[in-house]
Design a protein around this ligand. Structure first.
Ligand code: SF4
Ligand code: SF4
Length: 107
């Protein structure tokens, strides 16, 4: 698995001192490409922690799921909420399933 960054949605977070996805990646794997949008420098080193997926304010990042987990071509997007995380699973036919996982207050 690795992350996919939708370049049509990512705006590069021009007003942030450091883009949220880049700030939270524990492997320092995210960078900006020549157009100022987020890109993953070494996808083979991504361990799918989903930190960047949860942090992106524009839902521009998704995780590709392996065939065993969601079917070929399925993706998982997470949106951080104040009281947990909203996960959206989209299968290869475009059907979406939403799951909310409650957690401690997220700031
Ligand atoms: S946080 Fe999202 S919108 Fe901002 S640079 Fe990263 S991928 Fe792009
Ligand atoms: S999923 Fe985790 S390791 Fe992979 S790019 Fe995002 S923050 Fe970094």
């Amino acid at each position: 698995m690795t992350v996919r960054i939708d370049g049509t949605v990512c705006d590069g977070c021009p007003h942030a001192k450091e883009a949220p996805c880049m700030r939270v990646c524990p492997g320092d794997l995210l960078t900006k490409d020549s157009s100022g949008k987020a890109a993953i420098a070494m996808p083979e080193d991504c361990w799918d922690c989903a930190a960047c997926v949860k942090e992106c304010p524009r839902d521009a990042i998704s995780l590709f799921l392996p065939t065993e987990a969601g079917g070929r071509g399925s993706t998982l997007v997470a949106r951080k909420k104040t009281d947990g995380v909203q996960w959206t699973l989209t299968d290869r036919k475009g059907k979406t399933t939403r799951i909310f996982t409650a957690g401690k207050k997220v700031i």
